[in-house]
Design a protein around this ligand. Structure first.
Ligand code: SF4
Ligand code: SF4
Length: 225
């Protein structure tokens, strides 16, 4: 099993356990705001002015405000902690960027005002042959081929020099400055942020599980309200 598969396998096995814990914790908090003596269930259907409906409204407030803000704050904390680590200059992220969008789709999104697409298309150009992308990070591309059904497009930045330097460092866009901003992203072993990612991984998984559970409750509540 290669290093990318190991990263993913570890995340998957930790996630199951973390998800159950988060679900239990959020359920407990929703139960804590249940009106005293009320015996219904949160996802039952209730009349508009009923006690049950009020509980559902309070639950939405708890999910949208308190719990979502906690997730946001914690995410900011782990991103701030990333500053304790340094890029080791391996240039993998300049040589290989993946997207579910084709170059044409990205250009269209950029033209429609999508900030990420604007920055992405300002630096990255598509690989003409997948073999060239494979040379940069073969384990990762192998994994994408095996596990991702949708088409993935591979890009690289022509501003990178042969000695792995950014030729336009002062003007590099925010997406370069922020990388890696997804704590669950797969990072190469040689990436200077790999230790950060490994350390904060359980918290990042917990936050991810909380977002999934919040979305689940919000959707179910909308269906019954
Ligand atoms: S602009 Fe510079 S830092 Fe950003 S991807 Fe290109 S070479 Fe890398
Ligand atoms: S993959 Fe990590 S270490 Fe390599 S250039 Fe990108 S941020 Fe720096």
């Amino acid at each position: 099993m290669n290093s990318v598969e190991q990263q993913l396998d570890k995340q998957k096995s930790q996630y199951r356990e973390i998800f159950l814990k988060s679900a239990e914790e959020i359920q407990k908090r929703l139960e804590q705001i249940k009106p005293e003596g009320f015996s219904g269930e949160l996802l039952d259907r209730y009349e508009p002015d009923s006690v049950g409906r009020q509980w559902q409204k309070d639950a939405l407030t708890l999910l949208n405000q308190e719990i979502s803000h906690e997730v946001y704050r914690k995410l900011q904390e782990i991103l701030a902690y990333r500053e304790m680590f340094k890029c080791s200059g391996c240039a993998t992220c300049c040589r290989l960027a993946c997207s579910e969008f084709s170059p044409e789709e990205l250009k269209q999104k950029a033209a429609n005002g999508d900030k990420f697409a604007q920055q992405f298309t300002s630096i990255f150009i598509p690989y003409e042959r997948i073999e060239d992308a494979e040379k940069i990070y073969p384990e990762y591309i192998k994994l994408l081929k095996e596990k991702v059904e949708e088409k993935v497009y591979f890009y690289h930045c022509p501003k990178l020099t042969e000695d792995n330097r950014c030729s336009d460092y002062e003007n590099r866009p925010q997406i370069c400055r922020d990388f890696p901003d997804n704590p669950l992203a797969i990072l190469p072993d040689k990436c200077g942020y790999r230790a950060w990612k490994d350390e904060i991984n359980p918290i990042a998984l917990m936050l991810h599980s909380m977002v999934e559970i919040i979305d689940f409750y919000k959707q179910k509540l909308q269906e019954v309200m």
